[in-house]
Write a new protein. Structure first.
Length: 398
């Protein structure tokens, strides 16, 4: 029942190999006629992952005592070490969580901060990340300082220079996305290095990165990193992780373990009590599915699809592409755009209802546009269909 996790695929696969990617697509259960282009909101797990969750709950119903032991052993002996290896970190640096937001709450409440301490973040952070910082600011008197990052992005250097100039003596934490909600790719390794140089803790919201990019968390050299594994990783809903660098752990407070019982690794930062074991265990199936394709092949496939999409969007009347075509400042998966004189954010519902095209609105940073997020199971035919629908929506506006 529990999946033995395969070693990562190293063979290079052509991102345009129609036969191969069609075979991969056959493992997904999307309703006929629908094109799912909203993976950045929540991923579409392949059938083996859904089957693993269902089978796990069946085992829980048949023999709860046995199931608890089986799942616990699998998670600790195979899943946790395999996930740590995939991320390039030590097993003791990974705490499993429900999502990036849960990890962020641990980060925000686990840091030793006092009244007057400053948190530096950018204007591109996700609302779910900003909200808990504001709660702590109200409670403890810390200050939140936002650095304006233009939309569209200018360059890696521009991001680093803006953040560097904003760091003050009171700045204790540098908090930023790896990939923003709109698909802007930040230079996370450079920003983490900047934090070290200035004596500032680096904490990263990686909700939109893992499973899309080949993410070497240890190589980024940050202090804290959190992710939702139900997005690009295509795990079951309600799965994620929190990375706590070993050097950071002695000064990072657990919400669940008392100070005189610090434990010896990141598991002390995990929520205590009963949780949905079959869902967490099914992460092994998701990682196995990913490894059989290979994260490098996935990233290349996503780059091909987003390049294809962005080129096609250039021919749509009144459309302004907000995501750069330069790979160093754009994610491989998400593309945002707006239309001159049109509030396109309201098109999300009609596009799904009329044409079964699942996209998302992008109503922020002064934009009223749309976001399309293309994972490896998307086809160029589906992209063409979506672009044709956008042309139709523009004609309707007159």
């Amino acid at each position: 029942m529990l999946t033995s996790i395969s070693a990562p695929q190293t063979r290079q696969i052509d991102p345009c190999d129609h036969a191969y990617w069609s075979q991969v697509r056959s493992h997904f259960m999307l309703e006929r006629g629908h094109a799912y282009l909203n993976n950045a909101a929540i991923g579409m797990p392949p059938k083996p992952v859904g089957d693993a969750v269902a089978e796990g709950f069946r085992l829980m119903s048949e023999n709860p005592s046995k199931a608890k032991r089986v799942f616990h052993d699998y998670i600790e002996d195979e899943l946790r070490p395999s996930l740590a290896g995939f991320l390039g970190v030590q097993t003791g640096e990974i705490a499993l969580a429900r999502n990036a937001t849960e990890g962020l709450y641990h980060i925000i409440n686990g840091l030793d901060l006092s009244s007057g301490d400053q948190i530096l973040m950018t204007t591109q952070e996700h609302p779910s990340a900003v909200r808990p910082w504001r709660v702590r600011a109200e409670r403890d008197g810390i200050e939140i300082k936002e650095v304006h990052i233009p939309s569209p992005l200018v360059s890696e250097d521009d991001i680093v220079e803006r953040i560097s100039a904003a760091i003050e003596e009171r700045t204790k934490v540098l908090f930023f996305c790896h990939v923003t909600r709109g698909g802007y790719l930040y230079p996370v390794k450079r920003l983490s290095a900047l934090g070290r140089e200035r004596g500032v803790i680096s904490a990263i919201d990686g909700a939109q990165a893992v499973g899309m990019l080949d993410v070497d968390v240890a190589g980024i050299e940050c202090d804290l990193y959190t992710n939702s594994l139900h997005k690009w990783f295509l795990g079951p809903a309600g799965t994620g992780f929190l990375y706590v660098n070993h050097a950071m752990q002695p000064s990072f407070t657990s919400l669940y373990a008392p100070g005189d019982d610090p434990g010896d690794d990141a598991r002390r930062f995990e929520t205590q009590g009963t949780y949905d074991l079959p869902v967490r265990a099914a992460l092994g199936t998701a990682l196995d599915f990913l490894n059989r394709i290979g994260i490098a092949n996935i990233e290349n496939r996503l780059r091909m699809l987003s390049d294809y999409l962005r080129q096609a969007l250039l021919d749509v009347p009144r459309l302004r592409l907000l995501t750069s075509r330069a790979h160093d400042i754009s994610s491989p998966g998400s593309t945002i755009f707006e239309f001159e004189g049109i509030n396109a954010a309201r098109w999300r519902g009609p596009m799904e209802a009329e044409s079964f095209l699942h996209v998302d609105d992008h109503d922020r940073d002064g934009h009223q546009g749309l976001r399309i997020s293309t994972h490896y199971y998307v086809t160029t035919d589906e992209i063409d269909r979506c672009v044709d629908k956008l042309r139709e929506m523009v004609r309707r506006e007159g």
